[in-house]
Design a protein around this ligand. Sequence first.
Ligand SMILES: Cc1ncc(COP(=O)(O)O)c(C=O)c1O
Length: 373
Amino acid sequence: MNRVYNFAAGPATLPLPVLQTMQAELLDFKGTGTSVMEMSHRGAVYTEVITRARESFKRLLNVPDNYKILFMQGGAIGQNAIIPLNLMGGARKTIDSVISGAWAVKTQAEAARYADAAPIIANSCDAAGRFVSFPEFTTWNRSADAAYINICTNETIHGVEWYPSDAEAAVVNASGAFLVADMSSHILSRPLNVANYGVIYGGAQKNIGPAGVTFVIVRDDLLDMQHPLCPAAFNWRNVADNDSMFNTPPTLSIYIAGLVFEWLESMGGVAAMAALNDAKAKLLYDFIDNSKLYRNDVQSKYRSCMNVPFFLNDESLNAAFLEQSAAAGLAALKGHKMVGGMRASIYNAMPIEGVRALVGFMGEFERQNGQAF
Ligand SMILES: Cc1ncc(COP(=O)(O)O)c(C=O)c1O
């Protein structure tokens, strides 16, 4: 076996024990003589798979009883449309958006197609077109009649992370609006107060499992505000009432997500994961900050613990860095084309040994190329 440390932003590395369980169970799932992807989603065996996945996810995030967990298809980008289709049937038809990076831009553009008004109420894009901070809550120019406020709490491309405090969420809730958060790239990385949000959603392919399943955590009172044109398969009420089986769910992806949830529980849950994630992020950011070759431009309080973009001060070394890091078993470090440079995604499944190996390589590369800058 020759596995590398895979720093891809998503689809991303999965925990090795999860892959090994999949492998062991592939041909004959629990004595059925078929694989999990060859059986009816409505049978008793699969019903237990999806139920266990849902319950484990609920335990991990301490999801209150007045929220539903939905497993859907279409990814986070699909939800950017599905969300307004589910919420624009209410009295309020304005959608506010806070822009903290590229993903929030996409969410706002989609919201504008369904809302009567879709104002950008805060934007942390700087004069150079970079996102190196999150718009401060006090600067949000909230609409009086907003149905909800879109935020993306971890910006995967620019490496910006922020959660509202309980007090800030309370201000939004008191206004009659609520927060809708894209948490695709840091869900389950640390404990979360789900009650601060009306809707939390994301694609699975970073911290949860393989691509193909989208998670939605939605407050019960928001299940019946559909726009009349909301497709039946995307209608949260239908999905909730049918335990995410209104239509055939992505059975394999949900099974693997369930294995990841159970692995997380065996690791001590999200509090234990947060401690590990903080240690990994500190190791990498401290190294970058103390180096002359590398830099990360995000303001320290908004630095993402999951996605760490960094630049080489001598960009002519980029190709050599990528070639040599790949040869050293450190995969997928190329930055997103929108920002360039490098990016290390260090999700839950990336062991601290992987970050140590990365820092070790970066140090050696800096020593070898010391004269070049
Ligand atoms: C924060 C965020 N939102 C949305 C998306 C898009 O998700 P999907 O491809 O599942 O639609 C991504 C994907 O990288 C992401 O990082």
